[in-house]
Design a protein around this ligand. Structure first.
Ligand code: 6PG
Length: 274
């Protein structure tokens, strides 16, 4: 199973008779989508460990990736990764305590981390429990330290390039948001900061999110999109002209990395057909 299906195969998934862009892979259902995503995670982790001795990944929050994380907790997948050299980060976090039901960290811990032996020092959560702007600034320093990037002050003109994650996992909301980059958010246009705190009006809540520059610096970016409720927005994001303020997921265009959309058939129903 492991590694042999980096692209959809008959038993893993199937491509609907749609003319989706080349980076879109369509799976029959949420279960095969989750399993394929876990497979990609392990294969990319092994590649990174072989290439440079560690695997830095930013995790997606929300509901869709939970099944993927649960697969990664099983022996079928967990035994293939040297967790001592895997470092987990979050693409975004809700500004709540780490044990709050809305916490992305809590979701990942319950679905996966409580079931594998990954060193606590390798788990780099965003501190949702502290003041949002401070949480964002602190997380940016966490990234500088991990990626050995120079500290800069507000007076620094030529900021170093953003950190390059080996993998960033993303979901997509039915409004086209990704991470916590919501329609109309100033964070969509952020150029200097790597981590941003944003008050999301529609949610009446603060979020902390990686900025587009960090997402687009990644070696691999994988979207996970599942369910009929995402179909129209997925079609817009993939097929309509570039308008990231309205469709923030469109801001994701890795400069030198690979972008993959792993979607299930229910989310793919409106993609153009041959
Ligand atoms: C979050 C996520 C967010 C999520 C989308 C899709 O904190 O909620 O980071 O970007 O990926 O909202 O969420 P679902 O997978 O629950 O549909």
């Amino acid at each position: 199973m492991l590694g042999e299906c980096l692209a959809p195969t008959a038993e893993m998934g199937y491509l609907l008779n749609v003319r989706a862009p080349k980076e879109v892979e369509i799976y029959p259902d949420a279960g095969t989508l989750a399993r394929a995503a876990a497979n990609y995670f392990v294969v990319l982790a092994r590649e990174a460990l072989a290439a440079h001795g560690r695997f830095g990944v930013a995790l997606a929050g929300g509901a869709t990736p939970q099944a993927m994380y649960a697969w990664l907790a099983t022996d079928e997948f967990a035994t293939h990764v040297d967790w001592q050299r895997v470092h987990l980060f979050w693409g975004d976090e809700r500004c709540v305590a780490p044990d709050h039901p809305d916490s992305n960290y809590r979701m990942v811990r319950q679905a996966w981390l409580d079931h594998v032996s990954i060193p606590a020092d390798n788990v780099h959560r965003i501190q949702g429990e502290i003041e949002p702007a401070q949480a964002a600034a602190d997380y940016e320093q966490v990234l500088r330290t991990f990626f050995s990037l120079p500290l800069v002050g507000p007076e620094t003109h030529n900021k170093p390039p953003p950190p390059r994650f080996d993998l960033i996992l993303l979901g997509m909301g039915d409004d086209g948001h990704t991470a916590s980059l919501f329609p109309g958010a100033a964070a969509i246009r952020e150029r200097r900061r790597w981590v941003v705190a944003d008050y999301v009006e529609k949610l009446g809540a603060w979020r902390v999110t990686l900025a587009p520059a960090v997402i687009n610096a990644a070696a691999d970016v994988i979207f996970l999109v599942s369910g009929p409720g995402k179909a129209e927005r997925l079609r817009q994001v993939l097929a309509e002209p570039h308008q990231p303020d309205r469709l923030p997921a469109q801001i994701v265009r890795p400069a030198h990395g690979r972008l993959r959309w792993l979607v299930d058939a229910a989310a793919a129903t409106l993609l153009r057909r041959d």
